[in-house]
Ligand binder design. Sequence first.
Ligand code: FEO
Ligand code: CA
Ligand code: CA
Ligand code: CA
Length: 643
Amino acid sequence: MPHKPGELDTTHAPRLSAHSPVISSVIEMRLNRRQFLLAGATVSMAASLGLSGCDREQPAAVPSEPLQNTPSRFPFTELKRATGGDHAVAAEYRADVLIRWGDPLFADSPPFDPHNLTAESQARQFGYNNDFLGFVPLPTGADGVERGLLCVNHESASSNLMFADFSWITSGWITEQTCGVEMAAHGGSVVEIARVDGVWRVVTGSAFNRRILGHGTPMQLTGPATGHERLRTAVDPTGTQVNGMINNCAGGITAWQTWLSGEENFNGSFIGEVPDDHPEARNHGLYGLPGTFYQWGQWIADFDLSREPRSPNRYGWIVEIDPLNPASVPKKRTALGRFKHEGAESVVAKNGRIVVYMGDDQKFEHVYKFVSRDVFNSADRNANLDILDHGTLYAARFDADGRVYWLPLVHGEGPLTSANDFNDQGDVLIETRRAADLLGATPMDRPEDVQASPTTGKVYVVLTNNDERESDQIDAANPRAANVFGHIIEIAEDGDDHTATQGRWEILVRCGDPTNDDAGAVWNAATTSDGWFGSPDNIAFDSTGRMWIATDGNDGCDGLWGVETEGPLRGTGKALYRAPDGAEVCGPCFTPDGLSLFLAIQHPGDAMTATFDDPETRWPDFVDGKPPRPSVVVLQPLNKGQA
Ligand code: FEO
Ligand code: CA
Ligand code: CA
Ligand code: CA
């Protein structure tokens, strides 16, 4: 049997008591966050498999004669596998830093001062650890300048790199102010950008610009679970309002140009315990609560289970935000389920319904899709603004015969009854993981981004890795034990209908080094020694339907790769960009013309012992005494024909 979901929360370190925080353990968690993922899983396993580093020379796989004669859909000169303190891109592209942590968004934003961080200043500046990027075009003005709104998730705060005086945590002196900075560094940003003389720039002070905070931005709970007793707290006895969004990872932009933002590792933002016989104890256990990564609960009851045992039920949702209306109230769409949401990429199905594909990023968790009850109205944007409040949530079961079945999470059907403590649809949605388990959904190798190709309609499920799958736990859709490199599954829904409840699936690539037999990697033979990758995380398609994959944990050299999905080169990877040391690449996002590619570079310079004074790199500023800064980068081809 698979591990029970939630028993081992691999995204965050072990539990601590809220009332007796073991500060050394907190420090260890803060310092080692990346290493729990990277050194503990991918790198150590990679080492055991004989993989030594990014800059090693390896023989390229020799493509067969027909493959050598097949033109690549990615004509640029492939980037070499390497590491370094600076980022790098293929020779045919330029890479520009667009916006950095701490940059001003508003006319009154204080200048970035890393030696004097305050919650108030952070709330007026670009947040930390940018992840999802969505681009909402604005009309081109009379000046001919391209404009758009960049929607950005701020997933986490790397306190060891943010704070010049890290002694506040090493001494156990975690203050209300430092917690305030961390909470303000979370959430999201809406940033107007304009392309002037070929270079994208931030429009500081734009009326569209907005900061959404981890704590301090009112939001509504909407959909079937709204007002549920299990969502009520002292500060919100109605169960309808939440004061922010936290740990937002990937997301999506809808057909009506709203931004869906996935609350992922929310468990890490809670401290405190509930008694074992508490009604929420089983539920909290399935979500790895409390994660005790941040200490906000020392000051704010919302983040302390012992004071607000229901509060975690108000996090772990998909949040819908209207970037075109800066005064709009973000809405947590409960119909889309509660789990560690990675992304929420959506399509308009042939019958007009909205289908949102989603992953629950934890080992042995599930893949989901939501199908709206109502159809998309292309003539009236406002008619779509609450379309995600009504519909059916499904979890995926991948069978060995290549069929995938979408299992509806509907109260009263199958095991989802009061016999299993599901008294209404609100219970089903609040405890989505337990409901999916009971239905027999397939436990997967950490589902990250899930997205449909705009040209073929095929759906790609990115599974980043799972070093805990044992040999007796493998199945057709998760075929490797100790899967430290991840894989990508392709789904073809029956009838090319995204609302279908069945389809076919196959594995596109098994990631890792194809020249190492122990890795069990499977790529097209045309893939070079620079073209393979591990730990895929985010996926995007450009305007011509080419697939791009960003990695998080690729043996210490993360980047962006193009992947062929059709023809003789199907399953070939090709490297375009690599991140600076310590960083992962997130949020690949194209402008509609496909000529500008935005990338979110998260936690540059982070490492086991990295601090403000001693980071792995000071990218992108490279100024002594200044810390590295998570930033958004724009790639543009120098010559359209070579992109
Ligand atoms: Fe935040 Fe699943 O990556
Ligand atoms: Ca991710
Ligand atoms: Ca995506
Ligand atoms: Ca990740």
